[in-house]
Design a binder for this molecule. Structure first.
Ligand code: ZN
Length: 142
């Protein structure tokens, strides 16, 4: 188990732009503001999205498109560094007009409207490094 002490730094609220790709927009925000570690939470609506499921046997993401307007009922994740650049890792629950839901790793999504809460964390950096056991880029010990 890797445990890191951190403390809260800046808190940011942002209204994301219609028509933009959500992970890219959060990544750009982190780059522009020099954010290297953060907790993120967002709600709103997406006009379409791709959700991922990490197949532990094949060590590959299976990606499922959600090709309809959906509520971004919940989205949480974090920002850390991958190869020196901010990397957004987010999971989401999406809901249609009948309350049916999809959930998973948020690969990408087109913003209809979304409100982001970002809590910057200091006392790190938190760097992702390749993990031979899982095949994922996980937080490393350095
Ligand atoms: Zn994930």
């Amino acid at each position: 188990m890797l445990i890191r002490n951190c403390s809260q730094s800046r808190s940011i609220l942002a209204s994301l732009d219609n028509g933009t790709e959500i992970i890219g927009q959060i990544t750009d925000l982190a780059k522009d503001m020099g954010i290297k570690a953060a907790f993120i939470s967002a709600i709103g609506a997406l006009s379409q999205a791709d959700l991922g499921y990490y197949d532990q046997a094949t060590r590959k993401y299976l990606v499922s498109p959600v090709d309809e307007p959906v509520e971004l009922a919940a989205c949480s994740g974090n920002i850390s560094l991958l190869e020196g650049r901010p990397f957004v890792h987010a999971h989401a629950v999406l809901a249609d007009g009948k309350g049916r839901t999809w959930g998973g790793h948020l690969v990408r999504g087109t913003v209809f409207a979304a409100e982001l809460y970002l809590q910057e964390l200091s006392g790190l950096p938190l760097k992702r490094v390749p993990d031979s056991i899982t095949g994922l880029n996980l937080w490393g010990k350095e």
